[in-house]
Design a binder for this molecule. Structure first.
Ligand code: GDP
Length: 297
């Protein structure tokens, strides 16, 4: 239910427009598909993903001998579901685990870390935070506020210190205290790709050396309100690091929710969580089925 509310703008953007082209007696023909194509592109699904979807609908309609336009929404929902599900293994929590969060400033990275910590604690996990974005003092302070709110320990150094050494300390403290999940913040300065890559590589080396028993997940946090820009960021981060999952934030504030589909389709990295509000509980594990039904049903 909450996801439906969170995706209301996207739903209105897509569904009401689709409903308006599906007039009584209309058939699924090239003209209708062209109109649908335009709607999908405007909802930030992106040109290449949209073409793929339209082709899929054209084929399914032909195979199943579906002619009536009233069924176009079901066909579309099916196509979108297939894209979101393709090659995705369900996300399960194991212990010990290190989660690295990457993404540029302002996308909601700190908030997401706080929400994740809350979620995992609720599931009975022992969680610790590591303030690996040492570039900005504000980032460290913000994370500390979340640690207090969630009531979990945090490892931090001073501004300007080496991020890899913060993670190193986080690992030692996690081992000593029997922590299940260590959630790490990192700086996301995209304007210097080489530095970013080296910083992330160095952090990864420390984890692999100090904590080989831990499973490592790298979550890229993206702001859905930035639409196609989020897709561009994702492409760059995928080049410089080994992204294993995507968190899309601020879906509540945008009609551009189609970007979820574009990102999954173009990068083939699973969407793991979506942010649908500023509150501590406003992060949901991504589920393709509920996403699709929230925007199309
Ligand atoms: P950071 O710079 O990437 O660490 O970003 P912050 O975590 O500080 O978040 C930036 C702003 O986005 C804050 O005002 C957050 O409350 C807000 N924010 C984060 N996630 C969401 C979300 O899912 N929905 C909404 N509406 N706001 C969000």
């Amino acid at each position: 239910q909450k996801i439906k509310e969170g995706l209301l703008k996207t739903r209105e953007n897509l569904t009401s427009k689709i409903d308006s082209i599906v007039t009584i007696g209309r058939k699924i023909d090239e003209e209708l598909l062209e109109e649908l194509e335009e709607i999908l592109i405007l909802a930030d699904i992106g040109i290449s993903t949209t073409s793929k979807i339209i082709e899929g609908i054209r084929q399914k309609a032909k195979e199943r001998k579906i002619y009536d336009a009233s069924q176009i929404k079901e066909l579309l929902a099916e196509e979108v579901y297939e894209i979101l599900q393709k090659d995705v293994e369900p996300f399960t929590l194991t212990s010990p685990m290190v989660i690295l969060n990457v993404g540029v400033n302002g996308v909601g990275k700190t908030t997401t870390i706080g929400k994740l910590a809350y979620l995992y604690k609720k599931e009975g996990k022992k969680v610790m935070l590591a303030a690996g974005d040492t570039f900005r003092a504000a980032a460290i302070d913000q994370l500390e506020i979340w640690a207090e709110r969630v009531n979990c320990p945090i490892i931090k150094h001073q501004e300007g210190s080496d991020p890899a050494s913060v993670i190193f300390d986080g690992i030692q403290a996690s081992k000593a205290r029997g922590i299940d999940i260590l959630i790490c913040d990192t700086a996301g300065r995209l304007h210097n790709k080489k530095n970013l890559m080296e910083e992330l590589r160095k952090i990864r080396k420390v984890i692999d050396r100090e904590y080989p028993e831990a499973r490592v997940e790298t979550f890229l946090v993206l702001d859905a309100t930035t639409g196609q820009n989020a897709l561009q960021q994702a492409k760059i981060f995928k080049e410089v690091s080994d992204i294993t999952g995507i968190v899309l934030t601020k879906l509540d504030g945008t009609a551009k929710g189609g970007i979820v589909v574009a990102i999954k389709s173009e990068l083939n990295v699973p969407i793991r969580y979506i942010g649908i509000g500023e509150g501590i509980e406003d992060l949901q594990a991504f589920d393709a089925k509920s996403f699709v039904s929230a925007i199309f049903q």
